[in-house]
Ligand binder design. Structure first.
Ligand SMILES: *Cc1c(COP(=O)(O)O)cnc(C)c1O
Length: 483
């Protein structure tokens, strides 16, 4: 027994590398990260994936040297597909990944503090709850509101919808009569969350949008009255503060009034747009968000943090608790009335990464100033592009509310969608910037989404240049195909 233990210990102790080994790994990792960041301006925003992209390193009994693993990472992962760290990333919803967030993750992983329960680590829970309260304050929520730091906006929306469901008493037998109000522009994770939360059989009313793709509240009002007349049970309305397609902000104040009048839970999906509240000039667009019951907001978008951090903010924390707590015998030491609510009682998660540290560290190190400036810059860059791209002969969608907009080349070619698809293919092949597309009311549009902290005027001008090169190229191809 003792011999066996010694033998096992010897091998198991390899899991604790020596200081020399740690130094060497640290240095190699840091060199890799430095090389990545120092070259970020010349790295592509989009690389065609290598033809044989399969990872070649199986998990085996014996370990491998870090050089080999980093080489694999470089070629197969970090030079393939979309590069979300690039300032040229102007598709989907960019974020970037500010550097100190990585240090926060590193420290959280090394110290491995348990941020799920106040009992286990009061400091970690205090940091997380303080960040949540700071965001609640930004929304204009009163004291007493709280929420949860989640892995992203999808889970944040799910927590809010689950809370709304239980608070409004929508049990299985009532689901078929329950009604939810959205627009067709809502992020698909909301429908996904409704289904996951057992609300798949509830009626979903898609309220028409106006020419700015904002919810038309006249229609919301009419639909609510119709549904009540029919004996249905409206219980939830979801507004968007920054839609994914066009960045539109719904008329939140008007929705809030109807939600109050008809007794609905009012949830706002501000996953993309919420942090624009930091910009004074934009505050008016969000008027009414303070009257909502819950908000989803993504620090891994609007605060430029690396992927893995969303947040849900909920005014009635008791409702959130009632929808998520559970008591277990082996948890009895943790069950007391602590001065801070525990994240584990307010979300589906128990054990979790101390993800607050990656948000706390950058906010504390930089202060808010640079974040506010960067957000205002993104909005102005989008407006700048909106003007310039029209001067270049493009057609545009509505004037952007925030930093996302749609456009397409106005062409005499018969198939405008095909022309613009080919244009987008050209941009992808070039790779210096990355754009995505969408279909709205059956029409093809190219999207510009400016939200990387690394996107400045240089990148927007580059994007315009590439688009013009692309137009010339596609026109040439079409002419030679036609002639
Ligand atoms: C990104 C986004 C989501 C989904 O959030 P994830 O963090 O990707 O899970 C939901 N709603 C909106 C408006 C978004 O932009």
């Amino acid at each position: 027994m003792s011999d066996k233990l010694l033998q096992l210990e010897q091998l198991a102790r390899r899991l604790e590398p020596s200081p020399e080994q740690r130094n060497s790994w640290n240095a190699q990792t840091q060199a890799y990260a430095d090389d990545f960041i120092n070259h970020i301006e010349i790295l592509k925003a989009y690389d065609e994936p290598p033809p044989n992209g399969r990872l070649s390193l199986p998990v085996e009994e014996q370990g491998k040297p870090l050089e080999q693993l980093l080489a694999e990472l470089r070629t197969r992962v970090d030079r393939a597909g979309i590069n979300p760290a690039s300032g040229g990333h102007l598709g989907y919803v960019p974020g970037g990944g500010v550097f100190p967030a990585a240090l926060g993750d590193y420290l959280a992983a090394v110290t491995n503090r348990y941020a799920g329960l106040f009992f286990a680590n009061p400091g970690a829970v205090r940091i997380e709850n303080a960040l949540i309260r700071w965001m609640c304050e930004l929304m204009g929520y009163p004291d007493g509101a709280l929420g949860n730091l989640s892995s992203g906006g999808s889970i944040a929306n799910l927590i809010a919808i689950t809370t709304a469901r239980d608070f409004k008493g929508i049990k299985a037998t009532r689901v078929e009569k329950a009604v939810v109000y959205l627009t067709g522009q809502v992020h698909h994770c909301v429908q996904k969350a409704l289904r996951i939360a057992g609300l798949g059989e509830a009626a979903i009313r898609y309220i028409p949008v106006d020419e700015h793709f904002r919810m038309d509240t006249k229609h919301l009002h009419i639909q609510l009255e119709k549904d009540i007349f029919q004996g249905l049970e409206p219980f939830l309305v979801v507004g968007s503060a920054g839609t994914t397609d066009t960045g539109a902000v719904d008329p939140l104040d008007e929705i809030a009034s109807l939600a109050e009048q008809f007794g609905l839970w009012f949830h706002v999906d501000a996953a993309y747009g919420g942090f624009f509240l930091l910009v004074d000039e934009l505050k008016g667009k969000f008027r009414g968000i303070e009257r909502s019951d819950s908000v989803a907001i993504d620090p891994h978008k609007g605060l430029f943090l690396p992927y893995g951090l969303g947040a849900v903010l909920i005014k009635n924390v008791r409702a959130q608790y009632d929808a998520h707590f559970y008591k277990a015998n082996y948890m009895q030491d943790a069950q007391q009335d602590w001065e801070e609510a525990s994240p584990a009682d307010l979300s589906p998660e128990l054990t979790k990464h101390f993800r607050g540290l990656r948000m706390w560290l950058p906010l504390q190190l930089f202060g808010l100033g640079p974040f506010r400036a960067a957000l205002e810059e993104k909005v102005l860059l989008c407006r700048y592009f909106y003007q310039k791209v029209q001067e270049c002969g493009f057609e545009v969608g509505p004037e952007p509310d925030l930093s996302i907009m749609i456009f397409r080349f106005r062409t005499t070619a018969e198939d405008s969608a095909r022309f613009n698809e080919r244009l987008l293919e050209y941009v992808r092949r070039d790779g210096r910037v990355f754009l995505s597309s969408t279909t709205i009311d059956g029409e093809y549009w190219i999207r510009l989404a400016v939200l990387s902290f690394r996107t400045h005027k240089r990148e927007i001008d580059l994007c315009l240049d590439i688009l013009m090169e692309g137009v010339a190229q596609v026109e040439k191809e079409l002419a030679s195909a036609g002639g």
